[in-house]
Design a protein around this ligand. Structure first.
Ligand code: MRU
Length: 349
């Protein structure tokens, strides 16, 4: 089998004009590619986390909406732009927290609205090019984040990460993992600790899988072990990704991130958020304005278990994300450079 990192997380099949994703719900045991062109199946793929991670969701939505338009809107000469907008609104409803989804769809819709007079054939070509540009930009942003983040990595250091902000969450390299991949590429030896990330196990199933496939030294932890390894002195820095950064630096990321940030502050360990500009939301002043996705109870009570592991009818709270207060963040690493407190992204476009 080829290495998981040799397979593109999100791609366009030019011949089939289809969105291609790795079905991440099947990893690490099975690498299955899905070819999608229908709006409902693209919405489902995003909602069910077959493709996930803020940047990957944005790129998948851009390529997906183009593929859908090619297959289903070609003959809509009169009302192409209305039908396209409706489709964008629908896809945008799949997940609320990662701003990359509305950001990428906004760019695709802007392309249609700015070129209303063009024949549909030409409009489709522009949508094709815009979707691939969004993907190329994502790769470049992750690479730059890796370069900036590398400045915080020392030989023999231990780094902890939460959820999956790796290649599987982006078009390439990942955000939080990009400095780790670069350190490894340059021959540095580092130890990576991955939180397993309940309830959907992105750390266990995805991060530990992709980093170990690349040959990094990875140790998997249950989420409630982070404090213990910090206390033992095994962690020199925490790197996490994000789903939306508010203008004041408050950061939404996978549930559990803010607990890690509190622990890191207690043990005086630097806590870095890796954020491509596509994840920075200048229009949301603080974390209070970030909508947190609530997910089904079954993800907590029975998913991954052979049989249900909670009493029937027990109340379950399952927010998919939390907001880390800006005061707990040592620095925010973007592709434009490293930002330190006080954060002010109000004019960040
Ligand atoms: O629910 P998920 O798996 O989409 O959540 C993903 C995360 O929280 C990632 O840390 C975040 O999207 C950053 S990915 C570079």
């Amino acid at each position: 089998m080829s290495n998981i990192l040799d397979i593109e997380t999100v791609a366009l099949d030019e011949e089939k004009k289809a969105l291609v994703i790795i079905d991440q719900t099947r990893l690490p045991y099975e690498t299955k590619l899905l070819y999608l062109t229908e709006l409902k199946e693209i919405w489902d793929a995003i909602y069910l986390l077959k493709v996930r991670g803020a940047p990957a969701i944005g790129v998948a939505a851009a390529i997906g909406i183009y593929a859908y338009a090619e297959h289903s809107l070609k003959d809509r000469v009169e009302d192409f732009s209305d039908a396209f907008k409706k489709a964008c609104d629908y896809l945008n409803s799949a997940r609320p927290t990662a701003v990359n989804l509305s950001w990428a769809l906004g760019r695709m819709l802007g392309m249609v609205e700015d070129n209303k007079g063009l024949p549909v054939e030409e409009l489709l070509q522009r949508l094709h090019d815009e979707a691939l540009l969004i993907k190329e930009e994502d790769i470049a942003m992750c690479r730059r984040i890796g370069e900036y983040g590398l400045s915080f990595i020392r030989e023999d250091c231990g780094v902890l990460t939460h959820c999956n902000a790796g290649q599987l969450a982006t078009s390439k390299y990942g955000t939080a993992t990009a400095p780790m991949y670069l350190a490894h590429e340059r021959g540095m030896s580092i130890r990576v600790y991955c939180d397993e990330t309940r309830p959907l196990l992105q750390g266990a199933r995805l991060t530990s899988y992709e980093l170990s496939s690349a040959g990094l030294d990875v140790t998997l932890l249950c989420d409630n072990m982070a404090g213990a390894v910090m206390k033992e002195g095994l962690i020199d820095a925490v790197f996490v990704g994000c789903d939306r950064v508010a203008a004041n630096g408050d950061t939404a990321n996978k549930i559990g991130t803010s607990s890690v940030a509190v622990l890191a502050a207690y043990y005086k360990i630097p806590f870095y958020v890796c954020a491509p500009s596509s994840t920075i939301d200048a229009d949301t002043p603080t974390g209070d304005g970030i909508r947190i996705e609530q997910r089904p109870e079954s993800e907590v009570t029975e998913m991954w278990y052979k049989k249900r592991m909670a009493p029937e009818n027990i109340k379950v709270y399952n927010p998919a994300f939390d907001v880390t207060d800006h005061s707990l963040i040592t620095a925010i690493i973007t592709e434009r450079g490293i930002y330190y407190p006080p954060y002010d992204f109000r004019h960040f476009r």
